[in-house]
Design a protein around this ligand. Structure first.
Ligand code: OAD
Length: 249
């Protein structure tokens, strides 16, 4: 068998064995091996002429609600066809081994839950939920009139995906819980995120300030790399299962 291009330091495995509260932050890189393009690679095919910053904003929705709805409908289908990969599954397994485990994700694809993770904080919402643009309240069902986007059955406002767009605040309870889980953990893993979008990007640094061992898993360096206790360079769908194998060994 070919040797892995990365090696897992034995003191990282020891830190994982001794962890009482592990907090994990994931970004779109963890879903790359499920075939969901990362946020900044997401523009393929029909959508290659658009930048996410031009589609994922309230201003874009006001300007062209049909375009934005259809972009999310395309991404929703892509996510529905995708399956959790070895990285998602390893994190679900890790949750069973650590007394307290918090998984914070910036992803809206729901793949962590489908892999079996339980304590998940969705910082940026979920693409499968829909809310009213006017009332900001989740809507479960609506009349299928063929209008795109559909209308809110209560107020007639336009419906939109229940995700956080650029220039929008994060749900207060999720960012509060995420910050507390970052500050109070003894081990923090930052996986598949470029660290470009705040406030999520500040969570590993809060964990460092709280004295946690901070581990980064990413094929390329990020602003966290130089400060991380361990930086493992490679795909999370290979590194995480290898960590789990060594933990079990
Ligand atoms: P990005 O697209 O910015 O970054 C994806 C990261 O995943 C990059 O650092 C890649 O190097 C890394 N990556 C790629 N393949 C990987 C693999 N197989 N294993 C591990 N890592 C891999 O996506 P995010 O950091 O998730 O927010 O972006 C954060 C937020 O920016 C998104 O949630 C979205 C966007 O603005 C909102 O929509 C509010």
């Amino acid at each position: 068998m070919a040797e892995a291009a990365f090696s897992i330091p034995s003191n990282l495995i020891q830190a994982l064995r001794g962890a009482r509260h592990a907090t994990v932050l994931t970004g779109s890189g963890i879903s790359a091996e499920s075939g969901v393009p990362t946020f900044r690679d997401a523009q393929t095919g029909l959508w290659s002429n658009f930048r996410p910053e031009d589609l994922a904003t309230p201003e874009a929705f006001r300007r062209d609600p049909k375009l934005v709805w259809e972009w999310y409908a395309w991404r929703r289908e892509l996510v529905a066809r995708a399956r959790p990969n070895e990285g998602h599954l390893a994190l679900a397994e890790l949750e069973q081994r650590v007394p307290k485990f918090t998984l914070i994700t910036q992803n809206v694809d729901g793949l962590h839950q489908r892999a079996g993770s339980r304590n998940v904080i969705e910082l940026h919402g979920n693409i499968n939920r829909v809310k009213c643009f006017e009332e900001d309240a989740v809507v479960e069902s609506w009349n299928q009139t063929g209008e795109v986007p559909p209308r809110c059955p209560r107020c007639g406002g336009r419906l939109r995906p229940d995700v956080v767009w650029f220039n929008e605040p994060l749900p207060e309870d999720s960012i509060g819980k995420a910050a507390s889980a970052a500050r109070n953990c003894d081990l923090f893993l930052s996986i598949g995120t470029s660290g470009a979008v705040y406030p999520a990007a500040s969570l590993p640094f809060e964990a460092l300030e709280g004295g946690a061992t901070v581990v980064e898993i990413n094929p390329v360096p990020t602003p966290l790399t130089a400060r991380a206790t361990f930086a493992l360079r490679g795909p999370s769908g290979e590194i995480l299962p290898e960590i789990m194998r060594q933990l079990a060994g």
